[in-house]
Design a protein. Structure first.
Lengths: 179, 407
């Protein structure tokens, strides 16, 4: 085990959802902020055990939807009523009903794109590499094992005490990861 | 077992509860309102029957919406909704009351439907007479009620039969029957909306009308059911089984159908507005004049923009006061929408050239009758609530529903 300043964090391994659930509560109560839990499948209620706050994503999507609707209506009014007015079926150039389908589509388009790419951004994706991949045991995170990683950038991080905390939570194995 | 004790606490309405007085109070209120309306009927049967049709469609749409909710839970093999489903089953099993309330419409159909007396030279109606005639109208109404009574009776009976226990195989039967039931339901509802609403303006037609009415039905059914749940919980009943998670899902469904309603309503409008063909725009032309234009311009706000932005928030769906406000609003907005569909037709058909149809007006008689029919509906539903199990305790998916959480 190397003791260097380039430590990325400490990885702890658990056998069951029950185990990681209790461990998350302990890490949360110890006051750590820069840490994460990795599981092979979604564990219901784990976000509560981790003390995660609600995602910012819905607000980003709301903003994108409003922006899409506004952009569509402004653009169509500008084009069909000011820049290049056309007589279509004798209807007024300012015909809002004709604009609504496009407004709706652009609202959906903007919301959907921001949902997907906003989620990527909040998750730190795309990324070529993550220091967790150096752990051989971590490969089983897509199979049957559960992991907690506490990063060294956390202000409370102390290699000895953090490792002790993770061992006390019932981890079946802990290891120090290099950055 | 922990869950077993929890459920038995919530299975029946406690004997001291105020809910035991509800059936008789609501029944008395309903009868009083209807007696009041009979005075108006004696003065002007023609106008009063229009109000009757309006009030009847309002309460019928609640029962039909609840019926669709029940069918679709089985169709999708849903687990989350088990603890709230029984209330929808009660609301759909009010169908015998609906049949009773329909009878006056059958008797006074000539006062309501202009196509029942075709004026000579009305070629369109002469062509439509093979469908729009009183005999066939009655046969069709009998078929709709036969379908609705059968569906609501069988689904309620089979679900309630599981309460005694040891009948988990019935769930498979309910799943299997939900597929034909949803087809029969949607066909009968579509044709009923054509017969009872669209044919009020017999020259006009809309291919999307059945979906439009269906969406309103579902919203009304959901709002009614959620309101009943909230009222039961306010009285300390069902508090251990129905959680905010269930309310959030009911809210989500209502939010989705609010958007769907707007989508359908706007689709119908935009196509007619774009094509601008007289026999299609007739519906909107009349509703954009004669005082109805205020209603027409208000409906997008009352039925879409306000509920849309209100219910978008997760907090509004998980707040009982907020959700109850929304349910009341949705029910009123749905009634408003039906008033806008039905009432402009009064006295508007077969007018001589140059004569304007009557100006928009609202009659207190219509509202009193609506209150009366709603009271009868509440009386019927609360009668079932205090006498039956209000949770389907024998449903194999009950445990899943009790532990349901929005991820």
């Amino acid at each position: 085990m190397k003791q260097t300043s380039t430590t990325y964090g400490i990885l702890a391994e658990y056998d069951s959802t029950h185990g990681i659930y209790g461990a998350c509560e302990k890490v949360r109560d110890a006051g750590y902020k820069k840490w994460d839990a990795c599981t092979p499948f979604p564990v219901h209620g784990l976000e509560k055990a981790m003390g995660l706050s609600a995602s910012k994503l819905p607000w980003m999507v709301l903003g994108a939807g409003i922006a899409g609707a506004a952009l569509a209506i402004i653009f169509m009014v500008w084009v069909s009523a000011f820049d290049y007015p056309l007589n279509i079926g004798g209807k007024p150039t300012w015909s809002i009903p004709a604009f609504i389908p496009v407004m709706f589509e652009v609202t959906i388009l903007f919301s959907a794109l921001v949902t997907v790419f906003g989620m990527f951004w909040l998750n730190g994706l795309p990324s070529w590499h993550n220091p967790l991949f150096q752990s051989v045991r971590f490969e089983r995170v897509t199979d049957d094992k559960f992991f907690i990683v506490i990063e060294s950038s956390d202000p409370l991080f102390d290699q000895v005490r953090t490792q002790k905390l993770l061992e006390d939570t019932g981890a079946i194995n802990t290891e120090v990861l290099e950055a | 077992m922990q869950t077993a004790t929890k459920i038995s606490d919530d299975m029946r309405v406690p004997s001291k509860s105020f809910w035991h007085k509800m059936p008789i109070i609501a029944f008395m209120l309903g009868v009083t309102c209807i007696l009041y309306w009979i005075g108006a009927f004696k003065a002007d049967p023609h106008r009063a029957m229009y109000g009757y049709l309006f009030a009847f469609i309002c309460v019928l749409s609640i029962a039909l919406g609840a019926m669709f909710f029940v069918i679709v839970q089985y169709l999708s093999r849903a687990g989350w909704s088990v603890v709230v489903r029984r209330i929808a089953e009660f609301a759909m099993w009010t169908m015998p009351l609906m049949l009773l309330l329909f009878l006056p419409i059958a008797f006074w159909a000539q006062d309501i439907f202009a196509w029942s007396h075709i004026e000579p030279g009305d070629i369109l109606l002469e062509k439509k007479a093979s469908y729009l005639n009183l005999n066939f109208f009655m046969v069709r109404a009998a078929i709709y009620f036969a379908i609705w009574l059968t569906i609501s009776w069988w689904f309620y009976k089979t679900s309630a039969g599981q309460d005694a226990g040891n009948r988990p195989e019935d769930t498979r039967k309910l799943w299997a029957m939900s597929a034909p039931a949803v087809i029969l339901f949607s066909m009968s509802l579509t044709f009923a909306s054509i017969d009872w609403l669209m044919s009020l303006q017999p020259h006009w037609f809309s291919t999307i009308f059945g979906v439009y009415f269906f969406t309103g039905c579902f919203l009304a059914g959901m709002a009614f059911m959620t309101l009943i749940l909230l009222c039961l919980q306010a009285a300390g009943i069902l508090t251990k089984t129905v959680t905010l998670e269930h309310y959030q899902d009911l809210g989500k469904l209502m939010f989705g159908f609010t958007v769907f309603w707007a989508y359908i309503a706007f689709s119908q409008f935009m196509l007619y507005w774009y094509a601008n063909i007289p026999e299609e725009t007739e519906f909107y032309m009349h509703r954009l004049q004669h005082g109805w234009e205020y209603v027409s311009y208000a409906i997008p706000f009352t039925n879409f923009f306000l509920p849309f932005f209100f219910l978008m928030s997760r907090h509004a769906k998980r707040n009982k006061i907020g959700l109850a406000t929304f349910c009341i609003w949705t029910l009123l907005a749905h009634f408003f929408d039906l008033y806008w569909i039905i009432m402009p037709n009064f006295g508007a058909h077969g007018l001589p050239e140059g004569v304007q149809p009557p100006h928009a007006s609202i009659s207190a008689n219509d509202l009193v009758l609506l209150a009366g029919m709603l009271a009868l509906l509440v009386a019927y539903v609360s009668y079932l609530i205090v006498r039956k199990n209000i949770i389907p305790i024998g449903d194999p998916k009950l445990a899943e529903s009790l532990h349901f959480e929005n991820a």
